[in-house]
Design a binder for this molecule. Structure first.
Ligand code: ACO
Length: 326
């Protein structure tokens, strides 16, 4: 593809999602631990979350979401050249769960790998796929965010376990050389490892023989999230010579309603333009943006030609944005 000197853009050609069957409400949690429906909803906006049962894995949820995205794109599975799976909860330490999804989808060509940027993973994965398309190396990329955070939660720590859920979302990006202005317009990524101790997992193959549990300084994360997400939005808008009012839909990582409200207020973004699914899904890490995108499309919110800003922040810290003309 690169030999004909065409300029390629990455157009979104399909989106899909998959959720575990089991719904766990705040009330359910209040019967299992010292918490209350009110505490969780008031502090976070979360009402319920999906929790993966035995047999529901990051790769199985990711495969289901991916198949729906491919079907919606009108492509065949064999048209996919690249799979980037954003996840912090792979099935195994290796091989990459992306290759498990590749095999479940019956894809025998191209390449597949996992992207680890925790809650920001989806925007990091979109950037990688977009670059491969723009370079003319591939035609169709499957970008997936899939997580089973319930497996790395300390269910005795009420300050973290009530915040997360499981799920998967996927997007097909396809090369287009049309002279329209549709497609991925910009990606901006950041990380700063000085803050690694504010949000991390206390296990892993190189430091212990345990997978470990998620640990978090909630207040510290909150403060940085509002700052980093606001600056990521302003960065994307300035880079594209836009104003905040030009954005049709803001599809943020779904961590906490208070973070989203504080960010919206700081950058002057109307609440009506923010896609919110955290009430039903809680924080699904790298899966939260494509899950929200899928819901917004299914509900006829996002339409062709709309300007859609994705943004996320997660452990590391890592954060960033992607602006797409749908
Ligand atoms: N139920 C009831 N009480 C609780 C619970 C619970 N589930 N968890 C904590 N508490 C108690 C605490 O023990 C504390 O009690 P105390 O005052 O007697 O000591 C009290 O509630 C207040 O605790 P705080 O930690 O001060 O509560 P805060 O208002 O900061 O809210 C929260 C905590 C919701 C975690 C908030 O800090 C937050 O949202 N932080 C952002 C974290 C986040 O979104 N992380 C996701 C990963 S990063 C990302 O995705 C952007």
């Amino acid at each position: 593809m690169s030999s004909n000197n065409k300029i390629y853009r990455s157009i979104v050609s399909g989106v899909g999602a998959s959720l575990p069957k089991e719904i766990v409400t705040n009330k359910d949690l209040s019967m299992r631990m010292d918490t209350s429906e009110e505490w969780i909803e008031e502090r976070t906006g979360i009402k319920e979350r999906r929790i993966a049962s035995e047999g529901e894995t990051t790769s199985s949820l990711g495969t289901e979401a991916a198949q729906i995205a491919i079907n919606n794109s009108g492509l065949k599975n064999s048209d996919i050249d690249l799979i980037v799976l954003a996840t912090a909860t792979p099935d195994n330490t290796f091989p990459a769960s992306a290759t498990l999804i590749q095999s479940s989808l019956g894809i025998e060509k191209g390449y597949a790998y996992d992207m680890q940027a925790v809650c920001s993973g989806f925007v990091f994965a979109v950037e990688a796929a977009d670059n491969a398309i723009k370079a003319g190396n591939i035609k169709n990329a499957l970008v997936i965010g899939s997580e089973t955070f319930s497996r790395i939660l300390d269910w005795d720590d009420r300050s973290t376990c009530v915040l997360f859920g499981d799920g998967a979302g996927a997007m097909v990006l396809s090369a287009s050389s049309d002279d329209t202005n549709r497609g991925v317009l910009s990606n901006h990524l950041h990380s700063d490892g000085r803050y690694k101790d504010l949000l991390y997992v206390d296990g892993g193959p190189s430091i212990s023989n345990q997978v470990g549990f998620l640990r978090m300084d909630g207040k510290g994360v909150f403060k940085h999230a509002v700052h980093n997400l606001s600056s990521a939005i302003i960065e994307a808008i300035d880079y594209n010579d836009l104003t905040i009012d030009d954005i049709d839909w803001f599809v943020p990582h779904q961590a906490n309603i208070r973070i989203l409200e504080a960010v919206s207020k700081k950058v002057g973004l109307s609440k009506d333009k923010v896609i919110i699914t955290l009430d039903k899904h809680a924080n699904t890490s790298a899966a939260s943006i494509p899950l929200a995108l899928y819901e917004a499309i299914e509900n006829d919110k996002i339409k062709k030609g709309d300007l859609v800003l994705l943004e996320a922040m997660g452990g590391g810290f890592s954060w960033g944005s992607t602006l797409i003309r749908w």
